[in-house]
Design a protein around this ligand. Structure first.
Ligand SMILES: Nc1ncnc2c1ncn2[C@@H]1O[C@H](COP(=O)(O)OP(=O)(O)OP(=O)(O)O)[C@@H](O)[C@H]1O
Length: 138
């Protein structure tokens, strides 16, 4: 069983935390940490009706957070071979970039076996003109 031990360092601005995991996960900085529970709630338990797409990473769901923010929730599939690498790449590369032509990464969930990325949600027409973070590869 894979195990991810997240240690959230203290004395950081609320919502912007450092994730440290064991194995070959290095420190990931400047990302908001979401609980699996809140993402499950936001996507109505990852219901098929909320699924908006499927990529190399896994399924993507539309969700609404408690504060009303509409998000795209990318759930890493357990079968995804490059998943771990992609997950880290997206976190490390995209988390610090804010650009009008780039999908914004809000944060992630690394809880138990779950690895999930949370982006701002783009409607179909704007998605076509916007570069996804997942286009960044190692
Ligand atoms: N931020 C988003 N807002 C709305 N829909 C999204 C968003 N991100 C992804 N999607 C939907 O999920 C689908 C899969 O996206 P994803 O980025 O996982 O895979 P991809 O674009 O095929 O790239 P790759 O397979 O290389 O990861 C997209 O085609 C789109 O329909």
């Amino acid at each position: 069983m894979s195990c991810f031990t997240c240690i959230f360092k203290g004395k950081q601005p609320p919502g912007r935390q450092t994730v440290q995991t064991d194995e070959d996960f290095s420190s990931i900085e400047n990302v908001k940490i979401y609980s699996y529970k809140e993402l499950r709630k936001a996507t109505m338990d990852f219901s098929p009706g909320n699924k908006v797409g499927e990529g190399g990473f896994g399924s993507v769901y539309n969700g609404t957070l408690k504060d009303g923010t509409v998000v795209a929730v990318k759930v890493l599939s357990h079968e995804s071979r490059q998943g771990k690498r992609k997950f880290l790449t997206e976190l490390n590369v995209v988390s610090d970039i804010t650009h009008e032509n780039l999908v914004r990464l809000y944060g992630c969930c690394v809880e138990g076996d779950h690895r999930i990325l949370v982006y701002n949600y783009l409607e179909n027409n704007s998605l076509a003109q916007t570069r996804l973070g997942s286009n960044y590869h190692c």
